[in-house]
Design a protein around this ligand. Structure first.
Ligand code: UD1
Length: 363
């Protein structure tokens, strides 16, 4: 049973559901409803051909406690009725933690996909979710060597399997499709002409939920001398409105959140990415676009090697010229290697679940 609820989890689910589709296993999908806007949810199921969820909990928004607690309470009877062989939780959202807790308390084995990532920033809600989920889970499916080291340092080495990153499976598949369809592609809807542009997203609480911080980031983007396509997450729109910050301003072109293939096409068409998203840092890296990350740290340090990704905690700090030079820097010549695996992580995830199933010969 896969428990998912937020946008990045649907992308990972696409790879896992396809891998299960090639087996005899019965794979049940539970959607918590943490993300409920069609732009953040439905378009991923249709665009990535993910089977319809078997159960939809329709939880919606709330404070962390309310959201996590409501999902936990709603999941209990679902997991109790199905008693799956495994509950598989993804990434670092409130849905991840709630899924892990509900299963662990019912003695159902829990596997955590994307285990072992750490920002070491305990103010991030995602960091609490990652650490707590890893310690509750029975099987830790790590995407990178770095993640394996973090888990070992926390005494969890005996539960770890290095699978590679399932997001690579999806990103490369969709990239190839987008490149095949290239002839018919139009420039991003937010732009009028085929001009060089940067692509940006901004949604993390530490960037959106403080008026001064959000205003400074929006100013830094709006003041750039090239068009910036900003695909706006509902959290960003809501906070900007609360704080009276105008987003459609200067160089900024605001678009709705993009469906996955459109996102890949927009990154490929861009000269660089500016973001606070974890997934997009990696997508930029895989698609060979430079990325500037508006955070103090990253869970994906492999992207920093050779300068493909650069952390800019505060665009005002280095001064406007340095900010400009950073976001418009040319792509490095250094080789990126394959730190996230070979695009075949999802079948490895399925194999790891088979090998570690209760009573399996392999254990
Ligand atoms: C969540 C995850 C984050 C992940 C992100 C991907 C947590 C703590 N955070 O952040 O790890 O990177 O998803 O997008 O689980 N909203 C809508 N419509 C929606 C969803 C959200 O309007 O479909 C608005 C609501 O006002 C809500 C706010 O966005 O309060 C934040 O949503 P929430 O689910 O709490 O977190 P995200 O910022 O999306």
């Amino acid at each position: 049973m896969s428990v998912v609820g937020a946008r990045p989890q649907f992308v990972k689910l696409a790879a896992v559901a396809a891998a299960f589709g090639n087996t005899e296993h019965h794979h049940t999908i539970v959607h918590t409803g943490q993300h409920y806007d069609a732009d953040l949810s439905d378009v991923f199921f249709t665009g990535l051909s993910i089977p319809e969820p078997h159960v939809h909990l329709s939880i919606g928004s709330g404070t962390h406690g309310v959201q996590t607690g409501t999902i936990l309470a709603a999941l209990d009877p679902v997991i109790a009725a199905a008693r799956p062989e495994w509950v598989l939780v993804y990434g670092d959202t409130n849905s991840t933690l709630a899924g892990a807790l509900s299963a662990a308390k019912q003695h159902i084995p829990v596997a955590h996909l994307e285990a072992g990532l750490r920002s070491f920033n305990r103010r991030m809600p995602e960091e609490h979710n990652r650490v707590l989920t890893d310690h509750a889970a029975d099987l830790l499916l790590a995407p990178t060597e770095e993640a394996v080291h973090h888990l070992a340092a926390e005494g969890l080495a005996d539960r770890v399997v290095l699978t590679g990153d399932v997001m690579v499976d999806v990103c490369l598949r969709i990239r190839d499709k987008v490149l095949r369809d290239k002839a018919t592609a139009a420039p991003p809807a937010a732009l009028n002409a085929q001009e060089p542009y940067l692509f940006a997203t901004l949604h993390r609480a530490e960037n959106t939920d403080h008026p001064d911080r959000l205003a400074a980031l929006v100013d830094a983007l709006a003041g750039l001398p090239v068009p910036v396509v900003l695909a706006a997450h509902p959290r960003l729109l809501a906070r900007a409105e609360d704080f009276g910050i105008k987003l459609d301003n200067g160089s900024l072109h605001i678009s709705r959140p993009l469906p996955y293939a459109e996102l890949i096409r927009t990154v490929l068409g861009s000269r660089g990415v500016i973001t606070d998203s974890g997934g997009l840092q990696k997508e930029a890296f895989l698609l060979e676009r430079v990325c500037t990350t508006l955070r103090t740290e990253t869970e994906w340090p492999e992207t920093l090697r050779g300068g493909w990704n650069t952390l800019v905690p505060d665009p005002r700090e280095p001064g406007s010229q340095a900010w400009l030079d950073t976001v418009l820097r040319p792509a490095p010549r250094s080789s990126r290697g394959m730190p996230y695996g070979d695009g075949k992580a999802a079948p490895r995830v399925v194999r790891a679940l088979e090998d570690h199933a209760r009573g399996s010969q392999a254990r």
